[in-house]
Ligand binder design. Sequence first.
Ligand code: FAD
Length: 337
Amino acid sequence: MRVVIVGGGMAGLVLARGLVLRGVTPVVVERSPAGVVVEGPIMLPFQAYDALEELGLLVDIRAAGRDVPPFRDGRPVAIGVGRQLVLERLREGLEILWDQEVVDLLRNGDRVTGVRVRGPEGERDVPADIVVGADGTHSRVRELAGFPAETRVSDTAFVSFRSPARCEEAFLIHFTSDGRQLTLLDWPGGSAGGWQIERPAGGAQEALAPGAAAFKAAYLRLMPGAADALAPVTDVFYREVTEVRCEVWWRPGVTLIGEALHAMNPEAGIGSGLGMGDAQALGIAIARSPEDPDAALAEYERWRRPAVAPYLAVGSQGVRVVRGGELLDEERWPPPT
Ligand SMILES: Cc1cc2nc3c(=O)[nH]c(=O)nc-3n(C[C@H](O)[C@H](O)[C@H](O)COP(=O)(O)OP(=O)(O)OC[C@H]3O[C@@H](n4cnc5c(N)ncnc54)[C@H](O)[C@@H]3O)c2cc1C
């Protein structure tokens, strides 16, 4: 079976490794250049553990990160770890076509039969029995394959920061009255945090106008435990989030996994886990039907759709702890004038 994976993010790489484990060598096409470095940490949720364990990487990644224990029983619910480290571990042993962007799908009638890639040396065609769009929220594969998808910019956005200083606690969270979060994640490279705010009409300009010093003071009033981590921070950044729901999971010769299929708001903290779970299920399904791509894709959907359905039904708002009542002035960012 010839499998082309479009996108060398966490979902695509877990699929590639899972296929190699099962005797299938896929082609991974990644538009970034080799040597790209992805800064900052990720909070890898427990939903990622099964896929990583199967690849023999969980122990190593856990040792290189920091467990995020739940409040009482001490069992870790997540790992705070560098994104780059996870990507590097996943890339080991894989051949990746770097600097190659998928610009079109090849077709034979209704069936997708490969991809057209564009790189520094021009365009070329890569044939496939299955093309997997693991190409993230703004998936080109999803668009080219004509999968109807609901994409929307979330009504919440984030003002975030990274710090070289560590935090004593592995993870701090504070919920404002409406259930939105302020978080701080410790990891071996320092700490990183953010404030989830109502998306301001004026976007980044409005959210960042009061300046980093004012932001730090306001954040610390709600998260006093973040004082040491925040001390060296001189810069904060603003990020909006696009959420994706896609009802169609596959068509002959093509399917989607990870954020290309279902991008949730990062407030849920489970995006990577869901993507890795998709990848694991698809890898198993492909290995079980090596001669029949459509049977593999149908099996993938049959197993995986019910597993992600509860997360998608509840959405990221399911993690909110809402106290109710009006937002206090100190819970608003940017501050009321
Ligand atoms: C701000 C933010 C914070 C997050 N925090 C967390 C967190 O703490 N915990 C968590 O579990 N999840 C988190 N997530 C989600 C998590 O990052 C993703 O679920 C995870 O990285 C898996 O994504 P993916 O592999 O599906 O897509 P991506 O990581 O987006 O990878 C897609 C890849 O496809 C490549 N690509 C795109 N188009 C093409 C093309 N045409 N041709 C070739 N290559 C292409 C891209 O370069 C990229 O490498 C967060 C997301 C955001 C936006």
